[in-house]
Write a protein that binds this ligand. Structure first.
Ligand code: NDP
Ligand code: OAA
Length: 272
């Protein structure tokens, strides 16, 4: 059985750990870490098979583990990703925005090659990446419009320098339009999906992002349009937010669980 280490014990990390504990993912959760000792302890208390809570994130990969699952933050990826690969562990990343920094992407890609290890990026809160990958060389434009309730956008770095008051928004309002690169840096916990699209498609300087705050929605909706010589693809994903973290969609959690289940299983693999 694959041995799994978990970095981040919030909305996504908790559901992944429960999926391992109940046998949905055929692996063993051996070690966990979170900035918040309380979050790690709370999570461990919910599990029948108790993982060890380590004292810092680097101790996850120094233990005999097959894969580290990151479900924490872009900073966590920047801090530990290289050492995970150097310790010859695979890595699954949810905070994909961290990879839009080309120097980080290149270093990690080289390290995967050098240490013969793999980084897995689940499709997260969107669908359609299989098709996008296939038409990559024929793509001319890719855009994503994300609509969330204002409470799901709270705390983003964008609002430190913007006059927009989320509490005053009473109808659907465009709050950001720009490149995926800008979006991911301004909304690091909201638009990792734009990083996924960029990495699969035409890059973060050409992928266009619009973010809408809508006080009348109860969903996190992502509308994607991709055009090129192959034709046109559109995907609309209307996600229910996780009750513990409204920024994060239920689909992101299920996608992480499915990616890890596949990693831990010897099975028929479906899809691109
Ligand atoms: N790829 C995708 O489609 C999606 C990606 N995401 C991303 O996945 C990540 C996890 O999401 P989610 O579980 O909802 O987030 P949560 O905020 O619910 O949980 C994250 C946990 O990780 C902890 N944490 C943050 N930084 C670090 C660090 N450097 N080292 C250790 N622990 C850390 C947080 O603690 P504290 O709060 O104390 O910092 C918190 O307990 C986020 O970055 C999110 O943006 C989310 C949805 C979709
Ligand atoms: O879960 C979502 O809908 C999207 C999200 O937070 C992200 O991409 O970071």
């Amino acid at each position: 059985m694959k041995r799994i280490g978990l970095l981040g014990c919030g909305a996504i990390g908790t559901q992944i750990a429960l999926a391992i504990d109940t046998g949905k993912i055929p692996g063993v959760l051996t070690h966990i870490y979170d900035n918040s000792k309380y979050a790690a302890t709370e999570l461990a208390s919910k599990l029948n098979n108790k993982p060890l809570i380590v004292e810092n994130s680097h101790l996850l990969s120094s233990n005999p583990i097959d894969i580290i699952v990151e479900a924490a933050s872009q900073d966590a990826v920047k801090d530990v990703a290289l050492s995970v690969l150097q310790n010859k562990r695979d890595l699954m990343i949810m905070s994909v925005g961290a990879l839009l920094d080309e120097s980080i992407y290149d270093v990690l890609s080289d390290a995967c090659n050098h240490f013969k290890k793999t980084i897995y990026l689940p499709s997260g809160a969107i669908a359609g990446l299989d098709g996008l990958k296939s038409v990559k060389d024929e793509l001319e434009s890719v855009s994503i419009t994300t609509t969330k309730h204002p409470r799901s956008l709270k705390g983003a770095k964008f609002f430190e320098t913007s006059d927009i008051n989320l509490d005053a928004i009473d109808s659907s309002t465009i709050i950001f339009e720009g490149t995926a690169k800008e979006a991911v840096s301004m909304f690091p916990a909201n638009i990792n999906v734009a990083a996924l699209l960029s990495l699969c498609g035409i890059g973060s300087e050409k992928t266009i992002v619009k973010i809408i705050a809508d006080p009348n929605t109860d969903k996190n909706t992502h509308h994607i349009e991709a055009k090129g010589k192959f034709g046109k693809m559109t995907f609309t994903i209307e996600n229910f937010p996780d009750p513990n973290n409204p920024k994060t969609s239920r689909l992101a959690i299920l996608s992480a669980i499915e990616t890890l289940r596949k990693y831990c299983s010897d099975d028929i693999q479906i899809g691109t």
